[in-house]
Every structure is written in structure tokens, then in C-alpha cells.
Design a protein around this ligand. Structure first.
Ligand code: AMP
Length: 212
């Protein structure tokens, strides 16, 4: 973690598409077109700010361990990571969705032990343990809707936005585990030793949200 630079870890994909215009309003634009480059780290219009583009699931790791000062990631990734080893000072209110349980429409879930498929294994474990349910968690990396359809699992824990993907596959959303939106997280040490730079950026982002 360089003392001069402020390194921001951005989540690639949908969150990046929504966050870049907000960063631009806050005065931070990548020095080159991220979508046309294979680079993973970019200088920006602010000489002391660098932008990294990584998977959302890696953003909390980079920020907690201090290789990035600031991270921008979905609350789903932060909940799955599970640690409270960083600050979460700002909700950008972008890429909103819900973490939900879902099952085949009309499925009987009154089973002594549920088979639950998810990418969010920690979230799923915590949720069902809080409900006092015995579960076997099956880790999958995508297309979760297929798991109940193909008899691999009784239910899933997944991201739901409109619910169209679930409906198209004969599933129904059940319980909401968490409301999800894009959050700014800050390394605990950076918050102290780069206090002015971090606060200045947070202030600019707050203004950008208020104006959007
Ligand atoms: P939907 O059909 O609108 O409910 O969208 C469901 C799928 O879109 C999910 O399975 C996710 O893979 C993806 N998705 C929707 N919203 C988000 C989001 N905010 N962040 C990440 N993935 C999302």
C-alpha cells in the first residue's frame, strides 16, 4: 500500500458500468478506456488515484489486506466475505437487488434436511443456521436456477433483481436474506494514514450521489 497513491479496487461487470459515471462526476476518470484494455490497473485523472478492476469476490480481500485502500463492491460480496476487517462508510445505492432463497414453484421444503445450492455458501449457512434448519450446502458458481430443476438441490440462495430469471425456470422467490446495493469499503489503516485523501474522495462521491 503506497503512502502517496490512493488505490481503488473496482468490481468488474455490471457494478463497473454503473460506478464509472459516478466516479466521473466525482472527478475520477480512468486514463484510458477500461473496456478496450486488457490492463487490470489504471492511472486516473487524479494524479494520486489508481483504479484496479477485479472480481467482486476479491475486492474485500484486497481492501482488508491493504493492497487496495478503497473498494467498491456489492453488499452480497461483503456479506459472503464475512469479515468486518474494513470500514463500510458509504452506500452508492447502485446495482440494487436482493439475496433471496428460491425453490421450484410449489416445492415441499418441509424436509428434515435441505439441499441448498449457492455461490454464497457463507450467507446460506448463516441464514439457515439462524432459521434452525439442517442443510447441506452445494457450492455452484453460476446458473443456480438449474440446480432445483435438475434435482441437484431443494432450494437455492441467489441474487434476484426482477425475478424474471427465476420465473423463466419455474422457480419462485421465497425469503429475502438481504437487500443488496453497491458499497464503498475502506482499509482500516488507510482510513487513518490517508485520512484526508480518503475523506476527500468520500465527500466527492457523496456529492455525486446527491446530484444524480
Ligand atoms: P433477474 O432475472 O432480474 O432477477 O436477475 C437475476 C440474475 O441477474 C441473477 O441471477 C444475477 O446473476 C444477476 N443480477 C441481477 N442483479 C444483479 C446485481 N445487482 N448484481 C449482480 N448480479 C445481478
Amino acid at each position: 500500500m503506497s503512502n502517496q497513491k490512493l488505490v481503488i479496487a473496482l468490481t468488474k461487470g455490471r457494478i463497473l458500468d454503473e460506478v464509472l459515471p459516478l466516479l466521473e462526476k466525482a472527478g475520477v476518470t480512468p486514463a484510458e478506456d477500461m473496456s478496450k484494455s486488457r490492463k487490470l490497473i489504471f492511472d486516473s485523472s487524479m494524479p494520486d488515484v489508481q483504479l484496479m478492476v477485479i472480481r467482486g469476490s476479491d475486492v474485500p480481500t484486497y481492501v482488508e489486506l491493504g493492497s487496495a485502500d478503497i473498494g467498491i463492491a456489492g453488499k452480497d460480496m461483503i456479506l459472503e466475505y464475512g469479515s468486518r476487517g474494513f470500514y463500510e462508510p458509504l452506500d452508492l445505492r447502485l446495482a440494487r437487488c436482493r439475496l433471496m432463497t428460491a425453490a421450484m414453484k410449489g416445492a415441499d421444503l418441509n424436509l428434515p434436511r435441505l439441499r441448498v445450492a449457492s455461490k454464497f455458501v457463507n450467507v446460506a449457512k448463516r441464514h439457515f443456521s439462524a432459521c434452525g434448519r439442517q442443510v447441506d450446502i452445494i457450492k455452484l458458481n453460476g446458473a443456480l436456477e438449474l440446480a432445483p430443476l435438475m434435482g441437484l438441490a431443494d432450494c437455492i440462495v441467489d441474487i434476484v433483481d426482477t425475478g424474471n430469471t427465476l420465473r423463466a425456470n419455474g422457480l419462485e422467490a421465497l425469503d429475502t436474506i438481504a437487500e443488496v446495493s453497491t458499497r464503498v469499503i475502506v482499509n482500516r489503516v488507510s482510513m487513518k494514514i490517508k485520512h484526508d485523501k480518503v475523506q476527500q474522495l468520500l465527500g466527492r462521491l457523496r456529492e455525486a450521489i446527491a446530484g444524480s
